[in-house]
Design a protein around this ligand. Structure first.
Ligand code: HEM
Ligand SMILES: *[C@@H]1O[C@H](CO)[C@@H](O)[C@H](O)[C@H]1NC(C)=O
Length: 498
């Protein structure tokens, strides 16, 4: 009766698809970067991307050059691979390129936390006050105490903790640094034995969550794992409450106070705690692992770090029932260890840095070429590939060179070049611009303190000196510090008591 009905239905269906997936029929416009939508509608390249982001981005760069737009799960993401062109993106105002929209979605999904307009500013203010400069010195004292507690036990050193002990180096570093960081920032019960047990329990839960995290973010969990993640979230909310604890850091207290003044509920504060636990503990342990592993694999570097430590700290020995002592001014006099840390972060830190384009945007490259980027798209940097592993900036980029960030006269090296031009962002482990990691100074002094204690008070050995440095886990590209694909057995013992 209505021969045109099927055609009309088909047309309406097409319109409906178009309206619900507005990006589906997108075509490259003049002056836009190469557009690669992949073969699967909407999903685009998602599968290859999630399987191994690094290898996938290498292929895309080989195919398209330094700028390209990818379709990933209905979103369009423009990757900029030329670090000489980062400058204009880094300087761009928040009105044009913002990160909050993306961060908010993520934080809501992962932590259940609903940020308000003021939150970001509040976190950065608190961190500038209490995680840097003078505020940091107070925290360093708390850290030393926690590291002592975690490494030696509540009573300080005992003759019976002097024998060799074996552990996986990754497990050991993550466990110790997590517990010490957790106790210093989130406080502890009065009873120190109990505090240790609670910190250990927290670590076990944290690692479960940590292992599920990448696939959780990508919504790839199996039903059982979903339940597990939900259970863990509830548990963190409950366990992190700072009531009845002592020694809660001023950093955390200040932020919780602000949240209370904003009238946020107790439940929201618990979720905020969880978010801060994640931000503060997810990267320092793994980074400390890589640093110690590189030192153990490069005996000359270890010797240099020990020589430097001896110069500024002497050769400390513990007496019975004593805790570690440490001269904090030493943290400012260790250029060799500083270079080791920068080199470790160059090799191990693999974050993706994202901005959401707020209004149609013209990207100007260092060679003057201009690209149009559409409103609502994302701009992504992956500095591990485009900066850290660039052989022009860092010759033999795969190799650990402990003195890569040292000048011949022993000062910190800051001059790096690409195509003969000085480059300002020669390493970007902390992100960039207004949301650069606000905990970076604290993180560095925490990791340095841990490593200095380990190399001055302990003997350390790999069980198998020839073991290869494990590859980075391909599941974690884009998420902070990488983790190894396998653990590395080692042993340690406290040097003889005096
Ligand atoms: C090796 C250790 C660490 C690394 C590699 C690291 C790296 C990063 C990176 C890449 C970001 C995100 C930047 C972006 O999204 O563009 C970030 C954010 C953040 N980090 Fe760190 N971080 C470390 C340790 C810490 C520590 C110890 C703390 C706190 C005590 C901390 C607190 C934070 C916070 C609160 C944010 C969110 C900032 C915001 O919302 O703007 N981080 N970190
Ligand atoms: C050390 O060398 C670097 C460059 O090689 C130079 O910029 C710096 O001024 C020197 N510092 C001292 C104290 O001589």
């Amino acid at each position: 009766m209505f021969p045109w009905a099927p055609a009309l239905v088909a047309l309406l269906a097409l319109v409906a698809v178009y309206l619900s997936f507005p990006g589906l029929f997108r075509q490259r416009r003049p002056q836009e970067p190469p557009l690669d939508k992949g073969f699967i509608p909407w999903l685009g390249h998602t599968l290859a991307f999630r399987k191994n982001m690094l290898e996938f981005l290498k292929r895309m760069r080989a195919k398209h050059g330094e700028v390209f737009t990818l379709q990933l799960g209905g979103q369009y993401v423009t990757y900029v691979m030329d670090p000489l062109s980062f400058g204009s993106i880094l300087r761009e105002s928040r009105k044009k390129l913002d990160f909050r929209e993306y961060a908010q979605e993520l934080v809501l999904k992962v932590f259940g936390y609903q940020p308000t307009e003021k939150n970001n500013q509040m976190i950065h203010t608190a961190s500038a006050r209490y995680l840097m400069g003078d505020g940091l010195e107070e925290l360093n004292g708390a850290l030393l105490e926690s590291l002592s507690l975690v490494l030696l036990g509540p009573g300080g050193s005992r003759p019976d903790n002097q024998g060799w002990q074996e552990d996986g180096l990754f497990h050991f570093c993550y466990n110790i640094v997590f517990k010490a960081g957790f106790l210093s920032l989130f406080g502890s019960t009065k009873d120190k034995e109990q505090a240790l047990l609670q910190a250990e329990e927290m670590f076990v839960h944290f690692r479960r969550f940590d292992l599920l995290f990448p696939r959780f973010v990508y919504s790839l969990l199996r039903p059982q794992e979903w339940l597990d993640v939900n259970r863990l979230q509830q548990l963190f909310h409950r366990m992190l409450s700072v009531e009845d604890k002592e020694g809660v850091s001023v950093w955390l207290n200040y932020m919780l106070q602000q949240l209370r003044e904003e009238g946020r509920t107790q439940a929201m504060q618990d979720k905020f705690n969880f978010m801060m636990l994640w931000a503060s503990q997810g990267n320092t342990g793994p980074t400390s692992f890589w640093a110690l592993l590189f030192l153990l694999k490069h005996p000359w570097a270890l010797q240099e770090v020990r020589r430097e430590a001896k110069e500024v700290l002497g050769e400390p020995r513990l007496e019975e029932n004593q805790c570690f002592t440490f001269k904090f001014s030493a943290l400012k006099q260790t250029p060799v260890l500083d270079s080791v840390m920068e080199e470790t972060l160059r090799l191990g830190a693999t974050p993706t840095l994202l901005r959401v384009v707020q209004e149609d945007y013209t990207l100007t490259m260092s060679n003057g070429r201009q690209y149009l980027i559409r409103r609502g798209d994302k701009i992504a940097l992956f500095p591990y590939l485009s900066v850290h592993m660039d052989p022009d900036i860092h010759p033999e980029p795969d190799r650990f060179k402990y003195d890569r960030f040292l000048n011949p006269n022993g000062s910190r090296k800051v001059d790096f070049y690409k195509q003969g031009r000085k480059i300002h962002h020669y390493s970007m482990p902390w992100g960039f611009g207004i949301n650069i990691c606000p905990g970076r100074f604290f993180a560095l002094s925490e990791m340095k303190l841990f490593i200095l204690l380990m190399v001055t008070y302990f003997d350390l050995e790999l069980i198998d000196a020839n073991i290869a440095v494990p590859p980075l886990d391909p599941e974690r590209w884009g998420f902070g510090t990488s983790q190894p694909t396998y653990d590395v057995p080692f042993r340690y013992r406290l040097k003889p008591l005096q």
